[in-house]
Design a protein around this ligand. Structure first.
Ligand code: SF4
Length: 429
């Protein structure tokens, strides 16, 4: 019996798919990369944007036509629940019920429709889940859910409240992975800085980073995604002390206007955000600060937008993920706010910020020219160029060979763009 898993959305979904694969394989199911030959297709879904939701609904239609059995995991499962049966889905497994995935498959083979939403997170034995999609990099989820309830966001309703994993459990997972050749890990959480707060045993992201850096085979450690008021400067201190912890802090600001931040229920002012960046830069002078911004949130005036422009110019983010606001069913903003910024204005504001950020990227990248940076070789691009990242999370392209994937090399930067940097390998480290 062959099963194909298609993963949409964020890195946490990628990690969940790896966990699901483990539970399916121990029950004897074969995981395939070939959707055509699969008997069962599991869609690990994302609903964070309307487009993402539309994508998996259209995939359900496509796979139905091919007479595949279809299972749904991910945020789409928790958002739509049993309604998905009306679409012809065979089984549904919520984000916290992954250990029951093979049971759900078994029921579907007997033509029984089941939906599991139990919270079985404590049952997941991560020490045994050592198979990863990459040979040198692993995603590790350290905290589930989110308590922040930003008014535009569906995540607290799909992934539930914050729940941290025990620190010793995470560390033994990281050590086991290191023994299999994993050199780089990324700790994941919707609000990764809240890690440990619910455990009440002194655990924190800063302590976890410190301990992880002591694992000899681990060469790089990243963490995603930070929330400004939960970010502790102890994390910055750990970054400054270690040459293993990535100097990239992804700190979504979402908007440059206090009026809009309040409406978004982001629990900081723009002044507090700027103060935090200043403090981080004092501790880690070459920190790479990246961010997310939403354009066209309800009631965003021209003045509010110009405040965002001002902030972007002032902070000079190393990278910016820009999104045009669209209401997500089930959120506070969808229920109570009018989506009242005309599409044409949203698009114009988005284009303006895109151009501005491109200029900033280019100017920041200029500083890299002729510099030598340590890069872990990650993958080969479609153009035959190999790519990797430096300690600041800059994407760097160079000529290499497949055997070098996972190795650390020194690259001299020869060409810059507003996106990746390009250079030549100087030596193998
Ligand atoms: S902090 Fe992030 S995940 Fe949590 S509600 Fe806000 S946007 Fe969503």
């Amino acid at each position: 019996m062959k099963i194909y898993i298609k993963t949409y959305g964020c890195q946490m979904n990628e990690n969940d798919s790896e966990v699901a694969k483990y539970y399916l394989e121990i029950e004897g199911y074969e995981i395939t990369d070939d959707e055509e030959s699969a008997d069962i297709v599991i869609l690990n879904t994302c609903v964070v944007r309307k487009k993402a939701e539309e994508k998996f609904y259209s995939a359900i239609g496509e796979f139905k036509k091919k007479n595949k059995k279809i299972g749904i995991m991910g945020c789409g499962a928790d958002k739509e629940k049993e309604n998905l049966f009306k679409r012809g889905v065979d089984f549904i497994v919520g984000t916290r019920a992954i250990p029951r995935i093979s049971e759900a498959v078994e029921y579907s083979l007997k033509n029984k429709k089941v939906a599991f939403f139990d919270d079985l997170l404590d049952e997941i034995d991560y020490k045994k889940i050592i198979k990863r999609n990459s040979k040198h990099h692993a995603w590790i989820t350290i905290i589930y859910g989110c308590n922040r309830f930003c008014t535009y966001c569906i995540v607290p309703y799909t992934r539930g409240r914050e729940k941290s994993r025990k620190m010793e459990d995470i560390l033994s997972e990281a050590s086991n992975l290191a023994k299999t050749g994993i050199k780089e890990i990324t700790y994941l959480g919707q609000n990764v800085d809240a890690y440990g707060k619910d455990l009440n045993d002194g655990s924190s992201l800063a302590k976890l980073l410190h301990k992880t850096a002591e694992i000899p085979q681990i060469e790089r450690i990243w963490f995603l995604t930070s929330y400004p008021t939960d970010f502790s400067l102890d994390i910055a201190k750990e970054i400054s002390k270690s040459n293993k912890i990535g100097k990239n802090i992804h700190l979504p600001v979402q908007h440059g206007s206090n009026k809009i931040l309040k409406k978004m229920n982001r629990r900081y002012t723009i002044e507090e955000y700027k103060e935090l960046i200043k403090n981080i830069r004092e501790i880690v002078p070459d920190a790479s600060i990246t961010s997310d911004i939403i354009v066209g949130f309800p009631d965003e005036s021209e003045e509010d937008f110009l405040n965002t422009v001002k902030l972007v110019k002032e902070i000079k983010f190393e990278r910016l993920n820009l999104a045009i606001y669209s209401p997500r069913e089930g959120t506070i903003a969808w229920k109570f706010f009018q989506d009242n910024v005309p599409r044409i204005i949203k698009t114009r504001r988005m284009a303006y910020l895109l151009n501005l950020q491109k200029e900033i990227n280019r100017a920041l990248n200029e500083k890299y020219l002729e510099r030598e940076v340590e890069v872990i070789v990650e993958s080969e691009g479609k153009n035959g160029i190999f790519y990797g990242r430096d300690i600041r999370n800059k994407i760097i392209g160079f000529n290499a060979s497949a055997e070098m994937i996972g190795k650390k090399v020194l690259v001299k930067i020869k060409k810059i763009t507003a996106g990746p940097l390009y250079g030549d390998i100087v030596k193998l480290l």
